[in-house]
Design a protein. Sequence first.
Length: 256
Amino acid sequence: MPRKIPLIALLIFTLCFPILGKAAPAPVEIYINQDKVTSDVAPVLEQGRVLVPLRVISEHFGAKVHWNDKTKTVMVEMASRVIQLGINEKKAFIDGQDITLDVPAKIIKERTMVPLRFIGEALGAQVHWDDANRRVTIIRVAVNVTDMKYEVTAGPPTLIIEGDSPLEYTTWQPDEKDQLVIDIKGRLTSSNNALYIFDNFVNKVVAGNISENPDMVRLVVDLNEKASYQVNSSEDRKRITITFVNTLSSVELDNE
């Protein structure tokens, strides 16, 4: 006759050797190019789609994010694009054109979460989901500096730098040199990398790629002494203009 295991012995065995459950999945990581991005709310999987924090992603691309608490809508502004969407709405708008989302945006821990592919492509990037490593990778498409030219035909002389995407740049002047330096995030793809001008404002302009990670273009403008200029961007930020202006420190008139 088979022996029965007392209930108390079975209970002790269960407590000493708990049934091993499935480990909780690791949190999803976000990478933009090779850089890991930190966020107080990790991406989540929703109906087979990856939702990512809108503000964190957008601001890494230089966009401005505006939240309307009254209407529960959010607007993302870039130099050349406006993205609008509502919470729990499957319709979004890119520059006024409606787009149907696979999964609507939602609020998680007071953060707006949106489908990865939608926001990545809306920002002009490529996206990838690595299921094995639970990793979101967003590849920012390289910006190309496509042309530079010097125009004197209409208005004041102007140096024009053009790109195929919005250009992010900084300007500075070396100490004790009559030069203007412009560093642009991107790659120089134009074969036109030097301009020889020699007028009252500019002697020459030389451009070249100075780094690959990150991509960076440097333009060095050799100025004539005391040349005055203004640096501006076009509305879509795909064009940088340096306008040179005459400055008269004094004017003398002869009385006859």
